[in-house]
Design a protein around this ligand. Structure first.
Ligand code: IMO
Ligand code: MG
Length: 423
């Protein structure tokens, strides 16, 4: 689980942990995710395909709760095949996953344009409109591509979307319309070509498939986005449209809560956010710029510069509670190597009162109260054993574990698979 606003490093950690699991499953979100992996001197970015895809013998599942864009998926498969990954042998797709149509992406752009100043900063991959159709019961699902009336149902949904686009005053005919690469007609051709390719993959009844997988082995569920972007518990309305928290794994895969063993919660040693919405510890000064530069904080999906700030333990504790985290995984502390002092937010001042709780509306003025730590001022990135960590860094971790009541079990000190310390 990502415990912050996304981009915590889930891709790297899932890739590392995948070795210990038989299967890896995505359970929510879609190609709005950008999960980066680095090994053997190469870098990869995954969007809808689980981060276990590089492991021989690991089965990857696109679960029911995912919103699935056939065009984006086929493109991603092409990139992986070009890198020598036999995607077809390692991937299955849940029939109940809802399908993203090209018009869902147009609707995303239209909604954002209509929101003006209140825009969310969506990745415009069609995520929100697709989940909206799911909940309002008009959606198309992956299992529907096996049905002879798929094309007719597609046309009916598209006709609905065109009406919505026109009601929003959006010029969907313009061939330059934001999130499409060509005209709608060209995108539709790509869509049906992609759907034909998806038919070649094993489609599964995800809930039974997972049930059997858990009876015979283990499954690692890979979250996308983060707790602060959760549709119910995030900084609403500046959130994504899915359940990004732990219960989303139950919903999206069809597993019962008691089937969950460990809950790995991933967080960066500082905070970032991409897109609009409240961010109490955001820095607008040179320190924020430095974090962005050292941490290479630019979006993997959209290339947008990420907003940066100090670690927010109030928000992190909130996430730990909601997700039921059993094992914390700390990312990118090596990006703080050169700082003389490092701050973490340990409480908020809201309306003159100090609190450890996230207020209902965090867009109201929230003043972060900081605890300051002495920087370790040395290069952590080459360290591969716990004993070699500097004492200042250990104090910093111990403080966090005490505050959050959960042990930090993994420390990642660089993007590469090898730069990982298990405690
Ligand atoms: P990973 O899995 C960071 C943000 C967008 C926007 C809001 C809604 O890589 O951590 P959407 O496209 O879902 O309608 O956008 O959520 N967002 C992410 N931010 N990491 C992500 O995924 C994100 N997926 C969506 O920037 O603010
Ligand atoms: Mg990302």
């Amino acid at each position: 689980m990502g415990l912050q606003w996304g981009d915590e490093g889930k891709g790297k950690i899932v890739d590392v942990l995948a070795e210990r699991y038989d299967k890896v499953a995505r359970f929510q979100g879609g190609p709005n995710a950008g999960h980066s992996l680095h090994f053997n001197g190469k870098s990869y970015v995954l969007r809808s395909i689980p981060s276990g895809i590089f492991r021989e013998g690991t089965v990857n599942i696109i679960g029911n709760g995912v919103v699935f864009d056939p065009i984006a998926f086929v493109r991603e498969c092409g990139e992986l095949r070009a890198a020598g990954v036999p995607v077809g042998e390692r991937l299955v797709i849940g029939r109940k996953a809802n399908i993203i149509l090209p018009t869902h992406r147009l609707l995303d752009a239209a909604n954002e344009a209509a929101a003006g100043k209140g825009k969310i900063g969506s990745t415009q991959k069609g995520i929100g409109p697709c989940y909206t159709d799911k909940v309002s019961r008009h959606g198309l699902r992956v299992g529907d591509i096996e049905s002879p009336d798929f094309k007719a149902r597609y046309e009916a949904l598209k006709a609905r979307h065109i009406k919505e686009l026109e009601a929003l005053g959006y010029d969907w005919k313009a061939s330059v319309a934001a999130p499409l690469t060509g005209s709608l007609e060209e995108e539709e051709n790509l869509f049906f070509e992609a759907v034909a390719k998806v038919r070649e993959f094993p489609l599964v009844n995800c809930e039974y498939y997972i049930h059997e997988s858990l009876a015979n082995g283990s499954v690692l569920a890979e979250g996308a986005q983060g707790t602060m972007l959760d549709i119910d518990y995030g900084s609403y309305p500046f959130v994504t449209s899915s359940t990004t928290t732990c219960s989303g794994a139950c919903l999206g895969l069809g597993v019962a809560p008691q089937q969950i063993g460990h809950v790995y919660g991933i967080f960066k040693a500082y905070c970032t956010r991409v897109g609009s919405g409240p961010f109490p510890t955001e820095l607008f000064d040179a320190t924020g710029d430095k974090l962005r530069e050292v941490g290479h904080e630019f979006g993997a999906v959209t290339g947008r510069p990420r907003r940066c700030g100090w670690l927010d333990l109030v928000a992190l504790r909130y996430a730990v509670i909601i997700d039921g985290v059993t094992d914390l995984i700390m990312m990118k502390a090596d990006c703080l190597d050169s700082f003389d002092s490092i701050k973490v937010c340990t409480s908020y001042k809201v309306g003159g009162r100090e609190t450890l709780e996230l207020p209902f509306d965090i867009s109201q003025p929230v003043e972060p109260v900081y605890t300051e730590f002495k920087g370790w001022k040395c290069d952590l990135s080459g360290i591969r054993s716990e004993d070699a960590l500097p004492s200042e860094f250990r104090d910093y971790i111990a403080f966090m574990e005490k505050y959050l009541g959960v042990p930090v079990k993994v420390i990642s000190l660089g993007p590469d698979r090898e730069a990982t310390i298990f405690r």
